[in-house]
Design a binder for this molecule. Structure first.
Ligand code: GDP
Ligand code: IMO
Ligand code: MG
Length: 431
């Protein structure tokens, strides 16, 4: 039986995907990233030692697990090389285990510049992007003028493509943003050098993944960002530029949708968001500060403080539906240990009426007021608990509430940042 499992975030990112992927790779043969880029920051803590991954899949710290960057990922080669070198310094062998899709679009220096120039020009209306060039790189892909990983390995083809693309972007950079144009030779030589440094990892990732299927191997598909940042289904325009929902696991790797047997949707026991955009349950009071402090809520990529608020079950239910979530993983339960009361949002109030549907346009968000149900806190330590029955009854009530509201079972509960701090009710890769 196929055990290919998608692991993705159901909120606005940073749900703990890296930690859970690392945990599950104990029983997987490969991990593949299928969308996003180095805007992601996935934290792994193993025996107290922290590793933050941006592009390299979160299976890299388990020896023998193959790691893939699929065609759906936008790759910034310099960032990838730096990440590989850092891992190598820590004694991790990356080059023999990482494969990069020939078809992956490359983030070029003009993408990063354009991302930053645009955000600056938007002033108070900025999206609050990570400034990594993600949006402009995906735009080029869709506009069919993107440079792909395979192009870095062909000097003549790269010259041709870059000439055309850079001319186009320099026109905008100079005439619209009044910024100095970028130098062709510098970008070209750098891109060739990056290609040279990465070429041993160039692969037909789709073919390799299908070969694994024939051998009965299990693949984990590691999502980045979160469902509410999805370009189609998120809080547009305050979203990222890729599909972050489960369908992207197929389009971003070339595995068929029927190859996927399980979708694990991760949610924090509360909510966070980095950058601008709607967030109905956001807190500006002492409870919000306590969530930020207990949860150490600072972005793993940009270091920005994360906005914090209560769990939004309306949004979670929508994410469960959009992704076809098989089982839920609740992370950071321990962050609620100090609260005497815990709230969950069970409906949105719009013009005095309660609704349970998630708006599909950014304008409607302004009118939404969260309707809360208040649960008792447990005021005791859940950190490090590994047995469900050892949880305080109030924590079990919260878990039950999540499962009931979404009509989906909770299969994993994370009770601390370390690899071993989990309650595993059902392991997607076993049984
Ligand atoms: P990702 O982007 O989804 O991989 O998540 P991040 O790594 O950006 O952010 C999650 C943060 O929460 C990291 O600092 C993790 O070490 C931490 N974390 C993950 N699970 C838990 C948990 O159950 N409890 C606590 N206290 N921290 C957690
Ligand atoms: P992981 O994988 C949290 C947010 C940015 C911004 C919006 C668009 O660690 O969960 P972009 O640079 O993608 O164009 O920015 O998306 N964002 C994330 N927020 N976690 C992430 O990744 C994010 N990646 C992008 O803050 O609001
Ligand atoms: Mg993160």
């Amino acid at each position: 039986m196929k055990k290919n499992t998608v692991v993705l975030g159901t909120q606005w990112g940073d749900e703990g995907k890296g930690k859970i992927v690392d945990l599950l790779t104990d029983n997987a043969d490969a991990v593949v990233r299928f969308q996003g880029g180095h805007n992601a920051g996935h934290t792994l803590i193993i025996n107290g030692q922290k590793t933050v991954l941006h592009l390299v899949p979160s299976g890299i710290l388990r020896e023998g697990v193959a790691c893939y960057i699929g065609n759906g990922v936008v790759v910034e080669p310099e960032a990838l090389i730096t990440e590989i070198k850092e891992l190598e310094k820590a004694g991790v062998n990356v080059r023999s285990r990482l494969r990069i899709s020939t078809a992956a679009p490359i983030i070029m220096p003009y993408h990063i510049l354009l991302d930053q120039l645009r955000e600056k020009a938007k002033g108070g209306n900025a999206i609050g992007t990570t400034g990594r060039g993600i949006g402009p790189a995906y735009e080029d892909k869709v506009a069919r003028r993107g440079i792909r990983f395979g192009d870095l390995l062909d000097a003549k083809l790269l010259h041709e493509k870059l000439t055309e693309t850079l001319e186009y972007h320099n026109f905008v950079i100079e005439n619209y943003f009044k910024h100095e144009p970028l130098n062709f030779d510098k970008i070209y030589q750098q891109a060739l050098s990056f290609g040279e440094q990465l070429k041993e990892m160039n692969a037909d990732v789709t073919a390799e993944l299908h070969e694994m299927q024939q051998q009965g191997k299990s693949v984990l598909l590691e999502g980045a960002q979160g469902s509410l940042l999805d370009i189609d289904h998120g809080t547009y325009p305050f979203v990222t530029s890729s599909n972050t929902t489960a369908g992207a696991a197929s389009t971003g790797t070339g595995l068929g949708v029927t190859d996927i047997s399980y979708v694990l949707g991760i949610t924090k026991a509360y909510t966070t968001r980095v950058g601008s955009g709607p967030f109905p349950t956001e807190l500006f009071d002492d409870d919000g500060k306590m969530l930020a402090k207990n949860g150490v809520e600072f972005g793993a990529t940009t270091g920005r403080p994360r906005r914090c608020g209560w769990l939004d079950l309306v949004a979670l239910k929508r994410a469960v539906q959009m992704n076809g979530v098989t089982g839920i993983c609740v992370t950071k339960l321990d962050v609620l240990d100090t609260f005497s009361e815990i709230k969950v949002c069970t409906a949105y109030e719009v013009d005095g009426k309660h609704q349970q549907n998630f708006p599909d346009s950014a304008d409607s968000w302004e009118k939404i007021k969260p309707v809360y149900e208040t649960l008792s806190g447990w005021k005791s330590i859940t950190k490090g608990i590994t047995e469900f029955n050892d949880l305080p009854k109030q924590a079990i009530t919260l878990i039950d509430k999540i499962a009931d509201y979404t009509d989906t079972p909770v299969h994993i509960i994370s009770t601390g940042p370390d690899r071993d701090e989990n309650i595993i009710i059902k392991n997607p890769l076993l049984g």
